[in-house]
Write a protein that binds this ligand. Structure first.
Ligand code: LMR
Length: 393
């Protein structure tokens, strides 16, 4: 039977990690997969997480099974940061831990499917794994344009998608720091989206994978909160990969908002059984470490400081690139200063992207997406000069 399987191409983004690692050039630059890097190009464990891990090792007295919902202390400790003061929206929100944000997206889509959704509207371009997950769960994808060529959000496209949607449709929105464009909706645009959702039957699914890496912890979820205040139900996928630096530990959470508190038990029971069939229960360690950070005021402060440093560093990189707009005409680098998070899309051709890799040792996704956190004071000038080289002539 197994001989019937056709070879699949490796995931393009993950393949870049390997290609970059094998490049012997000292001055190579990795702008591929979305991990935060310091000014030295490192991706260190957060200081707050190190402290929490020490405490965890001292205090943890069992590694016996938890349930499919994982560490509920972790799940609830995150909620005020995401949903605000009334973190359950009057008892209408409940969550569970998932293996990374990917597990949360998977669960959101599978739960939507179980509830009768058969089509999801999705702004494109999007994180490539979104489409892969939707297809794997058997969802029809209805694409709409996320951004305009000038590097701003295409509000008309998302509103038209929602207005034209059917009763078995959902829409997948990025909460902040849009991957791959960095183009987020402004608050007035979120209000229009929320109003349009409220007068439709569309189920909103919000993916929040970069919370705190755009404008600030509250600012980055202001759009999400606007939507939740307007609609009866929603599903929220959350990742701690980037904002706690826990990538390989796979730490995520999935939240369900019901119309009425009384409906939550049935909804959550469906999510639990889907989780059980998929991964049984999530890995514990990273979620437990986050719980320790969020329950200890000193560790929380340390985490908030680290997050602020990351956000400000990426802002400086964006400003440096925007200031080079004249040096590399045609790429609209100026727009990067208005965008958020780790990513931006540069309108480069496949040949130009290959030339950057081959001639300059600069690695980026085939879509032209760059991870701005891969740039720092020591390599940004080289990057700008390389862009000028491949775009001129
Ligand atoms: C990315 O888009 O680079 C990250 O979200 C990592 C991943 O899993 O693709």
């Amino acid at each position: 039977m197994l001989e019937n399987l056709e070879a699949q191409a490796p995931d393009a983004l993950l393949a870049l990690i390997k290609m970059h690692a094998e490049d012997p050039r000292q001055d190579k630059i990795d702008l591929g997969v979305g991990v935060y890097r310091t000014n030295d190009g490192a991706t260190p464990v957060f200081r707050a997480i190190k402290q929490a891990e020490r405490k965890l090792i001292d205090e943890q007295d069992s590694k016996s099974y938890l349930g499919p919902e994982g560490d509920t202390g972790f799940v609830t400790a995150l909620m005020p940061y995401i949903f605000g003061e009334d973190a359950t929206m009057g008892g209408r929100i409940q969550g569970m831990q998932t293996p990374g944000g990917t597990g949360a997206v998977r669960l959101a889509v599978a739960l939507a499917k179980a509830a009768g959704v058969d089509r999801i509207h999705m702004g494109t371009p999007s994180w490539p794994n979104h489409a892969q997950i939707l297809q794997d769960v058997g969802m029809e994808i209805a694409p709409f344009d996320h951004a305009r060529a000038d590097g701003t959000a295409d509000l008309d496209a998302v509103l038209a998608a929602i207005t034209g949607a059917g009763p078995r449709d959902a829409v997948l929105l990025h909460g902040c720091c849009h991957n791959p464009t960095g183009v987020d909706y402004a608050s007035a645009e979120w209000e229009q989206i929320a109003r349009t959702l409220a007068s439709s039957e569309v189920l909103p699914i919000l993916d929040v994978a970069y919370h705190g890496l755009g404008q600030g912890l509250d600012e980055d979820v202001a759009g999400l909160r606007t939507v939740l205040a307007a609609v009866p139900e929603a599903l929220i996928a959350y990742s701690c990969d980037k904002n706690f630096g826990l990538y390989r530990d796979r730490v995520g959470a999935f939240y369900m908002m019901a119309k009425e508190p009384a409906q939550l038990d049935a909804i959550v029971s469906n999510a639990n059984s889907l989780a059980r069939a998929n991964w049984s229960m999530p890995p514990d360690h990273g979620g437990a470490a986050v719980r320790h950070v969020l329950r200890d005021p000193d560790m929380t402060r340390e985490w908030l400081d680290e997050l602020t440093d990351m956000r400000e560093r990426m802002r400086r990189v964006r400003e440096r690139l925007a200031a080079a707009d004249n040096e590399v005409p045609g790429l609209n680098l100026a727009a990067l200063a208005e965008q958020n998070g780790l990513f931006a899309i540069l309108p480069l051709s496949k040949d130009q992207i290959a030339k950057l890799r081959e001639d300059h040792g600069i690695y980026m996704a085939g879509s032209g997406r760059i991870n701005v956190a891969g740039l720092h004071a020591g390599n940004t000038d080289k990057f700008i000069a390389a862009l000028a080289d491949v775009t001129q002539g």
